[in-house]
Design a protein around this ligand. Structure first.
Ligand code: ZN
Length: 431
């Protein structure tokens, strides 16, 4: 047990190379711990002559809370000067990265701690800032500085990828017109790892990203998964011409649900002459319609059929609903030859004249993408990792209440879903 008062204090403060000068206790404010570096002798960086202390000034750093109280480190920083009148160096301030990296308002240990809280646990910056008694910007700056280093300076975070997916994500609606801003996620589909996030949903940024990874990386990608849209297909055609393109089942089913929704809204308008109201049968059926059939309990299915009977006189919505369920059943097949025959027939059947226009459009899309859809049956990796990455991102977005800055969004997403090596957090150099 340590009983020497100075040593006791140093143990509690827990910083190497530091003398504790005193503790300042103001009832309403944080605990203020005054410290200085132990260094007594410093050489001039230019000529090596022993430097003199020019003066001192105080820098206040936000530190981790101690004993349930906010704390501040008040660093009595020395300014050194070279005594050699012929030397060009003049004066300089002492630095200590263990205490605090330059330009950061948080102590080094607090900076690493907030990065883990926000990055790994997806806690909101506001909540963590409240715990330290500082503002949002202070915590966010630290998360960006340490977080960027953790995700971008570790060449081992990901190496070679066998199944690479591109997926568009709505980042934020901004401004008074709620203009939408999108990003593209680059995902290792097999490992469920977010590799990167690039701005926009065109092919330009994903193409540039892929080319930056180099020929060995590109040659290793055997599968490219994508939604049913043109831009990503063009990216894969150009940069990964030998990779098998796979339509993401999640997006195929989502498309069938979108067509069903469009059909429901059109029929609603035609039959009732107005947009769906909460008392209208079709509006009341909207959730039951998109639910997977096997998840509908008997009562739910009975209710759905009743609502359709009341609001869908020509059976168009029922047809679109049935089409959606048949599209889902593509993924019950476990053989790619049978699956191809199935998708081809389905694509033609859905284009029958008796089908509503939304269903016919769905049939055309299925035929257009049949190779990519059926490639899933050959590749046979689950789409669960992509969905789990998407769910992770949703959690990050909830914690952040929408992202104003793309850099924030990218780093926070990668910290949470990009599988950084958290063991490196203790040693990375903040950007
Ligand atoms: Zn000098």
């Amino acid at each position: 047990m340590e009983t020497n008062p100075t040593r006791m204090c140093e143990l509690l403060v827990g910083l190497p190379d530091v003398n504790v000068l005193g503790v300042e206790d103001v009832a309403t404010g944080p605990l203020r711990i005054h410290v200085e570096l132990r260094t007594q002798v410093v050489g001039c960086p230019q000529c090596g002559v022993v430097a003199h202390v020019k003066d001192r000034y105080e820098v206040e750093l936000i530190d981790l809370p101690a004993f349930g109280r906010w704390t501040r480190l008040v660093w009595h920083k020395r300014r050194w000067r070279c005594p050699d009148s012929g030397c060009r160096v003049g004066s300089w301030s002492e630095q200590n990265s263990r205490l605090a990296p330059s330009r950061q308002a948080l102590s080094d240990r607090a900076g690493r701690w907030v990065t883990r809280q926000v990055g790994e646990s997806a806690r909101s910056v506001n909540e963590v800032a409240g715990e330290l008694g500082c503002d949002w910007h202070t915590v966010n700056d630290a998360v960006l500085a340490y977080g960027t280093a953790l995700v971008d300076d570790d060449p081992e975070r990901f190496t070679l990828v066998r199944a690479l997916g591109l997926d568009e994500v709505l980042v934020v609606r901004e401004g008074e017109y709620h203009r939408q801003r999108f990003s593209t996620q680059v995902v290792d589909v097999a490992r469920g790892q977010l590799l990167d996030v690039v701005p926009g949903r065109s092919g330009v940024e994903p193409t540039a990203w892929l080319n930056r990874q180099g020929p060995a990386f590109l040659a290793h990608v055997a599968y490219g998964t994508l939604d049913l849209s043109g831009p990503y297909r063009a990216v894969f055609d150009a940069t990964l011409p030998y990779a098998t393109q796979v339509a993401d089942p999640f997006h195929v089913v989502k498309l069938a649900n979108q067509r069903l929704d469009e059909c429901r809204r059109r029929v609603q308008n035609e039959v009732f002459g107005h947009r769906g109201h909460k008392t209208d049968p079709l509006y009341r059926a909207r959730r039951l319609l998109t639910m997977a059939d096997e998840r509908l309990v008997d009562k739910g299915r009975e209710k759905l059929l009743g609502l359709l009977a009341a609001g869908d006189p020509k059976g168009e919505v029922a047809t679109a609903w049935h089409a959606k369920e048949v599209v889902r059943s593509i993924y019950d097949l476990d053989n790619e030859v049978i699956a191809l025959a199935f998708v081809e027939r389905l694509g033609h059947d859905l284009q029958d004249e008796s089908c509503p226009p939304e269903v016919r459009a769905l049939g055309r899309t299925l035929l257009h993408w049949k190779q990519q859809i059926v490639a899933w049956h050959e590749a046979h990796f689950s789409n669960a990792p992509t969905e789990s990455v998407n769910n992770l991102i949703k959690r990050v977005k909830r914690a952040a209440f929408g992202f104003r800055s793309f850099t924030n969004y990218r780093v926070r997403s990668l910290l949470y879903a990009g599988k950084p090596n958290w063991d490196l957090l203790a040693t990375v150099t903040p950007r």
